[in-house]
Ligand binder design. Structure first.
Ligand SMILES: Nc1ncnc2c1ncn2[C@@H]1O[C@H](COP(=O)(O)OP(=O)(O)OP(=O)(O)O)[C@@H](O)[C@H]1O
Length: 314
């Protein structure tokens, strides 16, 4: 049984805004699925339909096998949710928030252990949430989502407001939850975060799923190539890269030479050839990044075109 399944899910706001457009999405049990997309792509709307905060215009959605609109109670018992901009009660302390969720879910978690897990101190636990910084509020919201060992975590921009340490801690908790069988579905703008923690990603664009797969699968599909950039003392008349197997293109700007290779292993040959012709002062090596992937799938003139090749001067 899928943790999340949507079939032809569509949401229109008013007559003109098509926020989610015929979406077929499957998140498997136990997997970490990152839901990426630019502002307005339809990520929060999809999550809001899954949580029955908004009703779909068309299509269906199930969560843990239950209908997202008709079996909301069953779903709530088994999931943990961090909604966009978690709503907290200003006058309640963190401990009281956690205790409230524990009681509501009839769970037996220890509020102190949860506080510790999300990086809040004992003293923080006794302060009213109204005094919290954005990052502290986010940590508390995350702690509330973890109550009751949920089978599925749905997190809308979980790292929003967190400092780098907080983001790292959040990623560790997500991985630990997945290790014990929890499926995690989270939306993000932070591409590195998604790549480092997710089993699969889905890229939303204009209400549609532009791509799904593991980061490696998606990079492979697009054949974005691997880049190597060399700073040299002097650019020789002949670089020696002409006809080198696996070099797709070469460009030169000042004393910087950039080669795009069809395969990362070819980069060593590029360095060797250039080093035979001139002094190499610095090397930067980059494989296709998740940023490239994201840009390719969400730019206006996406996919139907070949990735653009830099000017060839070799
Ligand atoms: N309550 C609403 N009423 C009208 N339009 C809405 C409403 N909520 C969202 N929209 C519109 O639906 C589209 C998708 O918005 P949504 O918030 O789902 O995108 P998102 O991918 O979560 O964006 P972001 O990354 O900025 O949070 C946008 O055009 C947005 O303006």
């Amino acid at each position: 049984m899928a943790a999340i399944k949507t079939s032809s899910l569509t949401k229109r706001y008013g007559g003109s805004v098509l926020a989610v457009d015929d979406l077929d999405l499957v998140v498997e049990e136990g997997e970490i699925f990152g839901f990426l997309g630019p502002n307005g792509a339809g990520k929060s709307t999809t999550i809001n339909v899954l949580l029955d905060f908004v009703r779909p215009s068309d299509g269906t959605a199930t969560v843990l096998g239950y209908d997202a609109q008709d079996e909301t109670e069953r779903i709530r018992e088994r999931i943990g949710v961090l909604p966009e901009g978690a709503t907290l009660y200003d006058r309640l302390t963190a401990r009281e928030h956690l205790q409230w969720v524990i009681d509501t879910k009839d769970a037996n978690d220890d509020p102190d252990a949860l506080l510790d897990r999300v990086g809040l101190t004992d003293d923080d636990g006794d302060r009213p949430a109204g005094d919290y910084s954005k990052g502290m509020a986010q940590r508390l919201g995350f702690g509330m989502a973890l109550v009751g060992d949920p089978d599925l975590l749905i997190l809308d921009e979980p790292s929003s407001g967190l400092d780098p340490t907080g983001m790292q801690e959040m990623r560790e908790i997500i991985s630990a939850e997945a290790d014990r069988g929890t499926a995690v579905f989270f939306s993000s703008h932070i591409l590195g975060e998604v790549e480092s923690v997710c089993d699969r990603i889905g890229i939303m664009n204009e209400g549609r799923l532009a791509a799904t797969g593991t980061p490696d699968e998606l990079k492979g599909e697009l054949d974005l190539g691997a880049q190597i950039t060399l700073d040299v003392g002097r650019v020789p008349d002949t670089l020696g890269l002409d006809g080198l197997a696996g070099v797709r293109s070469v460009s030169v700007e000042g004393t910087t030479i950039t080669a795009t290779c069809t395969d990362p292993s070819v980069k060593v040959d590029v360095v060797r050839r250039v080093a035979e012709a001139t002094t190499v002062e610095d090397i930067v090596s980059e494989d296709a990044s998740i940023e490239q992937l994201f840009n390719t799938y969400t730019s206006d003139d996406r996919i139907d075109e070949e990735p653009t090749a830099p000017e060839v001067t070799a």
